[in-house]
Design a protein. Sequence first.
Length: 663
Amino acid sequence: MNQSLPVPIRNVGIFAHVDAGKTTTTEHILYESGRIRTLGSVDAGTAQTDWLDVERERGISVHAAVTRFDWNGIQVNLIDTPGHVDFLAEVERSMRVLDGAVVIVSAVEGVQAQTEVVWQALRDLQIPAIFYINKMDRVGADPERTLAHIRTLLSDGAVPVQAPAGREEAFAGNVDLLTDLPASPEAASYRLILEEALAEREESLLEAFLEKGSLDNADLLPKLEEGIRRCELFPVLFGASSRGLGVNALMEAMVRWLPSPVGDPEAKVSGIVFRLERDPEMGRVAFMRLYNGTLRNRDTVHNVSQGIDEKVTQIRKIDIRKSEDVGLLQAGDVAAVYGFGRTRIGDILGSTDGIPGERRLAVPLLTVQVRWQSEVDYPKVVAAFQELADEDPHLDVQWLQGEKELHLKVMGPIQAEVLTAIMKSRYKLDVTFDPPSVIYKETPSQSGEGYIAYTMPKPCWAILRFRIEPGPRGIGLVYRSDARPERLLERYQNEVERRVPEALQQGLSGWEVTDLRVTLLEGEHHVWHTHPLDFAVATPMGIMNGLANTGTKLLEPLLKFRLSVPEEFGGKVINEIVVMRGEFDSPFIRSGRLELEGILPVATSLDFPARLGSMTKGRGTLATSFAGYQECPPDVRAERKRQGVNPLDQSKYILAVRNAITQ
């Protein structure tokens, strides 16, 4: 049974679109809380949480950084996440271990694409959150417009608990709407938004509001606290982090409004690894959130995800470049665990009890081939990327040993550039990447059946018949077995079920097959000749036989886009979108700018952001997010080189899996 923890803790993530001031805010939090003595700078490459060489050089965060600070006797584990869409996988992994979130929105740019994606995921996971409207001191800062954007695009439960005192160069801090009486009409307008939002959600408050025209704090505060706890209300604060304005109030809000973790230190160990790093001296470092139980140095813990045991050599609290051996990790807390030589990101340790679900955000849409300088580097490059894939499973490294080729999946060109820099700095290897190509998928063209009778060469016996049917877009794979257990034992049916997803990794054109229903109609084993691995061999042949009978259609990835350009460039931009096979809603004009929303194929729009800049003289803005897959036009062709022997060539495939020939 969960219980409150003896040490007050908050596990908080900071999220934002790139350049909203997220890392600068973290830097000032560490400084104002006394955790660091001097302020670093993102632009100068001295920010504490941007510790990789590539982060300092580029001025962007590419990894989630774990740090901590103390405020009012409460320890806050703070995770500063990347803001660039190419590193959305880091954001995705961080969310799973949080109890609260701070979402930073620029007062100049307003709500941007990545903020919308992150916000939807936070809502799906029911994580309480605070909004922090940053850059109030910048030219063009518009707190009213930004607050309206948040309430319209993200949640009408966003309620100001502060009112900004001035804006742009005149910004001097905030008025606390919960302690100070609004002395100006502007502050009163923010207080009115707060009161109306609460009155709309509670009948007794609505009656009091209509009767008196306002609400007292005694009536308002309990309902506000309850709404925040239930993820229905979200406090909004204002600040200018580069000048330290509003940062103290933000830290106060974190410990006041965001919940503490719950867990039982006496229960079974239950935790998850959400980050991996490499220590030059001590090897792999696993950042772990513990939900229940207690871990100590020299403990052995079971890795549920891989079915192996791992031994803890050290447990350390990490502060970016410093660490402290604490020897203990208790329920609710976060720490770096050393000694896990085989554990990967996302692995569950101990028990699955209490582990929250995950929300998939990052969907790599591009694949790149790696090139190295000399033959001597080849094995080193393969080993390095296999290690990096442990740290980021989305890379999905494909090593074609026969062809000596290495392929990765990436989110975008910036990620590829960062990987080049990491290979150089960490492994002292020079690599380049071919131009990225789009990751297509396949889906059955029609319904059909697949059949395989794997009975030669003896000893073997596995007979399978599948029905394969196309499914609605986005369904993935739906598998069912109708086979009778007296003809095909349950353990053999389980082996078939396990092998079907593997068999669908490469379709007729070499791409993953998705959005289909596969039914095992019947199967047969032999009392004497069948070995369980016979079904591991037979399943890919039966599935590929079925796909050959149904045929497959190519699916391409789409991006949802929101575009804003000066009105005079509207015609040229709309024509460009039509040429790219884009679809869009009716455009509208707002404040002299044409605004447009729709979808674009990834394949035709890879260089569109750069072209948009030149078309609009740098005055166009484009926000994109993944929108799913849809069927390609008939004239689009895309083949992918197959890894290994094609199961359609059954004789050669059987010899290959039996190691009778080299693949």
